[in-house]
Design a protein around this ligand. Structure first.
Ligand SMILES: NC(=O)c1ccc[n+]([C@@H]2O[C@H](COP(=O)([O-])OP(=O)(O)OC[C@H]3O[C@@H](n4cnc5c(N)ncnc54)[C@H](OP(=O)(O)O)[C@@H]3O)[C@@H](O)[C@H]2O)c1
Length: 143
């Protein structure tokens, strides 16, 4: 995850704990991208990294084995993995807050070839989940 996402979790630790049972809900290792020095979470396996996503992806791959790697976001960080050909799937949950305002969720031009929509799922009464496959070889310029 990027540092904005990480700092959001630190600022909203009480909310996260109420919803998940723990202020830091992840047992798997987490890589946080930042050029700054950020506070850690006691007991959590958090690794601070910066720069090129490719060597970090190598470390993630080694830790994950044949399990999935989840790029939490934000969108530009996920886009950096896409630029390097390291994203195979994009899962977007659209909620009502998404409709009114915001910046591009995934700031890349995804036109040639386009993403392949493979499923649409309702999540409770709040979200629609769109699951896209990223065509192999797709490289999109940043917008
Ligand atoms: N609802 C959800 O599921 C969900 C998921 C993800 C995010 N979010 C929210 O969406 C917003 C995303 O914010 P954001 O777009 O600012 O994204 P972000 O990816 O969380 O944070 C961006 C920051 O990450 C660091 N960064 C990114 N790439 C880097 C690299 N290659 N090397 C070093 N540092 C790098 C930079 O921070 P430094 O200035 O520290 O260097 C950059 O300013 C946040 O409010 C977050 O809470 C929501």
């Amino acid at each position: 995850m990027g540092s904005s996402t990480y700092e959001w979790m630190l600022r909203h630790a009480d909310t996260v704990a109420a919803e998940t049972g723990a202020a830091w809900p992840y047992s798997q290792p987490t890589w946080v991208f930042s050029k700054r020095t950020l506070p850690t979470v006691p007991g959590a396996d958090i690794r601070f990294v910066r720069g090129d996503v490719r060597p970090v992806h190598g470390a993630m791959r080694a830790a994950a084995g044949d399990r999935n790697i989840w790029i939490v976001g934000g969108g530009d960080l996920a886009g950096q993995f896409h630029d390097a050909g390291l994203l195979d799937e994009i899962i977007v949950q659209v909620g009502s807050v998404t409709l009114g305002r915001g910046k591009p969720l995934f700031p890349r031009q995804l036109t040639s070839p386009p993403l392949v929509l493979v499923s649409v799922r309702q999540v409770g009464t709040g979200f629609a989940e769109l699951r896209y496959q990223v065509p192999s070889g797709a490289i999109a310029p940043a917008v």
